[in-house]
Design a protein around this ligand. Structure first.
Ligand SMILES: [Zn+2]
Length: 319
């Protein structure tokens, strides 16, 4: 298939998820998503603490479009085999906090008050672990899809994390701010470009720090290339006293589908073939090293380990 078609579909999917829930208005009402009982989970990584924080979830009616390269019946069978509902999927949103000494790094933001009604819970869950938005020193952005960046500003325009530097992947920034790329994108994709520019472009240049994947952001916290889901998506590796944590962002959407069957492409993967290769490369590494990991769209508690399972992988949530 033409790569442009893929690109357009991916952006359109991300846009509809971010803004109006077109699909949920037209579809049968399956009720509200199941939100986690506890909105946070802590783990010690050497001298650091990592906390997965839930911003909420949406319940998405399961249609043909969600997995782009598998028949709906196969997708439903995969869910049924895990005793999961087959008419819908619950997609959670989990920013992660790394506390290193007195310094607080928030990775990705969720929606603040700009998203669906079952989102916007980050501030409450941050308070539950003892922090205020003003306490965040650094926000690290994995990629520019709306569910990861829109929480940088509230609806009234005020900055959600007023004291924070915002670290963004340089190749991701270059893509979304490239006028030629935006003009070449199909109409359905324009909204995602405009959203990225509106949110990120609203900050003073000296608040935005562009990092190169492969480099350390600060001692002990490194970004690594995980391109495919978007052109510049980066995962974050935090190491302390010989222990390691990896935040995988959207290397997989919900693992019950795309870790178990890693060759399936979620509608939001902009370059599905590159995303597929990235997914296998990174999950092979995490399985081999038994690395503690967290994922933005992972089920409660969002922290755990990845194991090999069949032709793919299985996420093992922490107890
Ligand atoms: Zn996402």
């Amino acid at each position: 298939m033409d790569r442009r078609l893929f690109l357009g579909a991916g952006i359109a999917g991300a846009t509809s998820l971010t803004f109006s829930s077109v699909w949920s208005q037209a579809a049968p009402n399956f009720g509200p998503p199941t939100l986690p009982a506890a909105g946070f989970k802590r783990v010690k990584i050497g001298a650091m603490e990592v906390i997965a924080l839930n911003d909420g979830a949406v319940r998405r009616p399961l249609g043909e479009e969600f997995v782009r390269n598998a028949p709906l019946e196969q997708v439903k069978a995969m869910l049924a085999s895990q005793n999961l509902p087959t008419d819908y999927v619950d997609v959670p949103y989990n920013p992660h906090l790394i506390v290193s000494g007195n310094t607080k790094f928030l990775i990705d933001t969720g929606f603040a008050d700009n998203g669906p009604p079952t989102t916007g819970r980050l501030t409450a869950n941050l308070a539950a672990v003892g922090y205020k938005p003003e306490d965040i020193d650094h926000v690290i952005i994995s990629h520019y899809h709306g569910d990861h960046i829109n929480g940088l500003r509230k609806k009234d325009g005020s900055a959600m994390f007023p004291k924070a530097k915002i670290h963004v992947p340089a190749p991701e920034h270059a893509f979304w701010f490239d006028d030629a790329k935006m003009q070449a994108a199909p109409p359905a994709a324009q909204g995602a470009f405009q959203n990225a520019r509106r949110v990120i472009g609203s900050f003073a240049a000296d608040q935005i720090v562009r990092f190169e994947p492969g480099n350390e952001l600060v001692p002990g916290i490194r970004a690594e290339a995980a391109f495919g889901h978007t052109p510049g998506m980066s995962i974050i590796r935090a190491s302390s006293e010989g222990q390691t944590f990896v935040y995988v962002a959207d290397v997989t959407n919900i693992p019950s589908l795309f870790a178990r069957s890693p060759d399936w492409a979620v509608t939001f993967d902009m370059d599905p073939e590159m995303a597929r290769q990235t997914r296998r490369r990174i999950f092979d590494m995490l399985v081999k090293d038994k690395t503690v990991m967290g994922g933005f769209h992972f089920p409660e508690p969002a922290l755990g380990t990845m194991e090999a399972a069949g032709n793919g992988y299985q996420f093992k949530p922490m107890a």
